[in-house]
Structures are given as C-alpha cells and as structure tokens.
Design a protein around this ligand. Structure first.
Ligand code: SF4
Ligand code: SF4
Length: 142
C-alpha cells in the first residue's frame, strides 16, 4: 500500500518564513501546539470541513447531500454539527458557491511531486540569481 499524507494546501510563490521563492506543501497532523500557530487547520490528522457563511447562497444542497445529517435548519437558523461530520467531503463537492471546503487531500509523494516539479523552472532562475549574488559578494570580500 502506498504511503500517503493529508495535504492541507500547496502554496506557490511562497516568499515568507524563509529565503527565496518556494512552493510549500502544507500537511495535516502537526504535533506541535505553538502559541502563535497561524495554520490551525493543520493540527488535526483528519480531514476537516471549513464553512464560509459569507459565500453561502442558502441553496441547501449540503443538507440533502450529508449522509450524517450534520447540516440542518432549525427555526429558520442554519446549523452545522461538526461532531457528526466524518469529513467524507460529499457536501463540499456539491457546494457550487464554495461555501464548504474540505481541508485535507490524501496524496502519495508521487502525486505531490507531479504537482510541484513543474514549478522548478521558475525556482532554478531564482537559485541562479541567488548563486550569482553570493558569488559577487564572495569576490568583493576576497
Ligand atoms: S451547498 Fe454551499 S451554498 Fe448551498 S447551503 Fe450548503 S454551504 Fe450554502
Ligand atoms: S463532509 Fe460528509 S459528513 Fe461532513 S458535513 Fe459534509 S457530507 Fe456530512
């Protein structure tokens, strides 16, 4: 059986938290609990559903799709019972408004590499530029 990981997101043109331009692969299941964590969606090792009410168009398709009854309307109010959700992603697949997003895509290392290796063309230029700059700095120091 192939090794897989749960990918939270693949971020291109990453320029923060380190030198140069990078493609960053974020994984779920971080076992640190930093006080300043900026990616809380990466803490759980399970897929999780994000709900964006500002995008929701109230079509109620997710109410019909969820096999566990996690989306309901009671007394005119919409509720999402997270404790009933098992992260199957069925509702997110049919949400036309992208009001529901499943965080955590199971991928093999090969699948990740297929997605990120095409970016190398851009980063090799960046690598060359940095190498030249370091070379010039070393020549000046000599
Ligand atoms: S399917 Fe999406 S747009 Fe429709 S009610 Fe659910 S969250 Fe809102
Ligand atoms: S991810 Fe699956 S279980 Fe969770 S709310 Fe959507 S359809 Fe229901």
């Amino acid at each position: 059986m192939a090794v897989t990981g749960l990918v939270t997101s693949i971020q291109r043109f990453s320029v923060h938290d380190g030198p140069g331009i990078r493609t960053t692969v974020f994984l779920k299941g971080c076992n640190l609990r930093c006080f300043w964590c900026h990616n809380p969606e990466a803490l759980s090792p399970q897929p999780e559903l994000e709900l964006y009410l500002d995008r929701c168009i109230a079509c109620e398709e997710c109410f019909r799709q969820c096999p566990r009854g996690a989306h309901v309307r009671l007394d005119g109010e919409r509720y999402f019972y997270r404790e009933l959700c098992d992260g199957c992603g069925q509702c997110a697949e049919t949400c036309f408004a992208q009001g529901l997003v499943l965080v955590g895509r199971r991928m093999t290392p090969d699948e990740v590499m297929d997605e990120i290796v095409p970016d190398c063309a851009f980063y090799l230029c960046e690598f060359g530029r940095r190498r030249d700059a370091l070379g010039r700095r070393a020549a000046l120091a000599a």
